[in-house]
Design a protein around this ligand. Structure first.
Ligand code: NAD
Length: 377
C-alpha cells in the first residue's frame, strides 16, 4: 500500500497523523510511505526521524498527493483540507461526518473515498483504533491544567506557618473518558473531586479515580444509549437536572464539563442563572464548546468573565499537547491501517467488516456509513 502523511492545513492543528514509530511499523509490514516535509515538525518529529524510519520525504503537497492510495492528515473537517485529493484515493482523518451531510454528498459525488475516524465503532476489537478516546484523554487532562492556571487559588490543601489553605473543590460533569481523566488529574493535584454522569455505569468509574459520585433524583438506567454512549436527554430531564445541580455548583471552585451526545448539540447543563449563583473566582472549563457548550454562556474558543466566574471554551485541546496526542493518534491509525491490509500488504476494504462498514463515509460515488446515510434521509 502506498500512503502519504500530509502536513495538516486545519487551523491550529499541530498533531501529525503518523509518528516515525508508526511509520517504522507500517514499513516493516510492507507499506510504501511518503511524508510531506515538515508534517511532524510541530509535534516534535523532524523529517530526519521519518527518513530513519523508512519513509521518503517529499517537498510539496502535490508530490505527496500524487500516486498514493491512502492519504492521511489529522483533521479534514473543511473542504480546503481535501484540496487536490482525487477520485479513488482514500482519505483517513477526523472529518466531523455527522455535521453537514450535504457536504459529504458533494464529496462522494467527487469520487472521494473518505474514512471518518469519529465513526470507529465502540467494540472491543476496535478499541485500539479509537481516536476519540485518545483525544478525550488529553482534553480531560489539559482542561484541569487550564483551570488551575486561571483559578485564583491552588489545588492542594497546604498547612503552612502562614495558615491552612483549603483544597480546591472540583466538579466534573460527564464522567466518560475526558471526565474521568479530568477527575484523576484534579485528584493528583490534590483537589477534592466530585463527578456526575447520567449513565449508571459511570458511578463505579468515578469512585475508581478517587472522586465522589453526585447522585441526583433523576433516572440513570435509561440514560445508556447504543455502544455505551449516553442517550439524548429530553428537555424536562435537563430542566430537572439543572434545578438540582444549582446547589452543587454553588459550592465548587472549578467545574469541568464534558457532556456530549454524538452528532448532536451538547446538552445545556449550566444556565446563566446557575453561573450567577456560583462563587466569585470560580472557573468553568467547557469541553463541549465545539458543540455549542454545556454552559449557555460559553463562547467557543474564548475565555470570558461573567458575574466573577471565568468561563473557558477551549477548542482542540489535543493539538496543544501535540507530541503525546500524535503518539496516541498515530498508534490508533497504525492499528486501523494494519487492520485494512491484506496478507500482501495491499489495502482491502471488507464491507462485511463492521469497522469498515461504520467508518467508510463515501466510496465509489456513494455515501456508505449508515450513520451518515441516516442523516441524509
Ligand atoms: P462522550 O464523549 O459521548 O460523552 C461524555 C460523557 O457525558 C458520557 O459519559 C455521557 O454519559 C455524559 N453525558 C451525556 N449527557 C449528559 C448529561 N445530561 N449529564 C451528565 N453527563 C452527560 O462519551 P465518552 O467519554 O467517549 O464515552 C462514554 C463511555 O463509553 C465510557 O464509559 C467509555 O469507557 C465508553 N467507551 C467505550 C469504547 C469502546 O468500547 N471501544 C470506546 C470509547 C468509550
Amino acid at each position: 500500500m502506498k500512503l502519504s502523511v500530509l502536513k495538516d492545513l486545519y487551523p491550529g492543528e499541530r498533531r501529525v497523523a503518523l509518528t516515525p514509530a508508526n511509520v517504522a511499523a507500517l514499513c516493516a509490514r510492507g507499506c510504501d510511505i511518503r511524508v510531506e516535509a515538515g508534517a511532524g515538525e510541530q509535534a516534535g518529529f523532524a523529517d530526519e526521524l521519518y527518513i530513519e524510519s523508512g519513509a521518503d520525504i517529499v517537498m510539496t503537497r502535490s508530490e505527496a498527493l500524487a500516486g498514493s492510495e491512502v492519504l492521511l492528515c489529522v483533521n479534514a473537517s473543511r473542504n480546503e483540507d481535501l484540496d487536490g485529493f482525487c477520485a479513488g484515493q482514500l482519505c483517513i482523518a477526523l472529518m466531523d461526518p455527522l455535521s453537514d451531510s450535504a457536504r459529504f454528498k458533494a464529496l462522494a459525488e467527487r469520487g472521494l473515498s473518505l474514512l471518518a475516524l469519529e465513526l470507529v465503532p465502540r467494540i472491543s476489537r476496535a478499541q485500539s483504533m479509537d481516536v476519540l478516546s485518545s483525544i478525550a484523554t488529553i482534553a480531560g487532562y489539559k482542561a484541569v491544567l487550564l483551570a488551575a492556571e486561571a483559578a485564583p487559588r491552588i489545588f492542594p490543601m497546604m498547612m503552612t506557618a502562614a495558615g491552612t489553605l483549603n483544597p480546591a473543590r472540583v466538579f466534573v460533569m460527564g464522567a466518560g473518558v475526558a471526565g474521568l481523566q479530568a477527575a484523576a488529574t484534579a485528584r493528583r493535584l490534590g483537589a477534592v473531586v466530585e463527578a456526575y454522569d447520567v449513565r449508571a455505569a459511570a458511578r463505579e468509574q468515578i469512585i475508581s479515580v478517587g472522586a465522589r459520585p453526585i447522585e441526583l433524583d433523576l433516572p440513570t438506567a435509561a440514560a445508556e444509549g447504543q455502544g455505551g454512549y449516553a442517550a439524548a436527554q429530553d428537555a424536562d430531564f435537563l430542566t430537572r437536572q439543572r434545578e438540582q445541580m444549582t446547589a452543587v455548583l454553588a459550592q465548587q471552585d472549578i467545574v469541568i464539563t464534558t457532556a456530549a451526545i454524538p452528532g448532536s448539540q451538547a446538552p445545556v447543563l449550566i444556565s446563566a442563572g446557575m453561573v450567577a449563583a456560583m462563587k466569585p473566582g470560580a472557573v468553568i472549563v467547557d469541553l463541549a464548546a465545539e458543540r455549542g457548550g454545556n454552559c449557555e454562556l460559553t463562547r467557543a474558543g474564548e475565555t470570558r468573565q461573567v458575574e466573577g466566574v471565568t468561563i473557558m471554551g477551549p477548542l482542540n485541546l489535543a493539538a496543544t499537547v501535540p507530541m503525546h496526542a500524535s503518539q496516541m493518534h498515530g498508534r490508533n491509525i497504525e492499528n486501523l491501517l494494519l487492520h485494512l491490509l491484506n496478507a500482501d500488504a495491499r489495502l482491502q476494504l471488507d464491507f462485511d467488516d463492521e469497522i469498515v462498514a461504520d467508518t467508510l463515509v463515501s466510496h465509489q460515488g456513494e455515501i456508505c456509513a449508515p450513520r451518515v446515510r441516516e442523516r441524509l434521509g
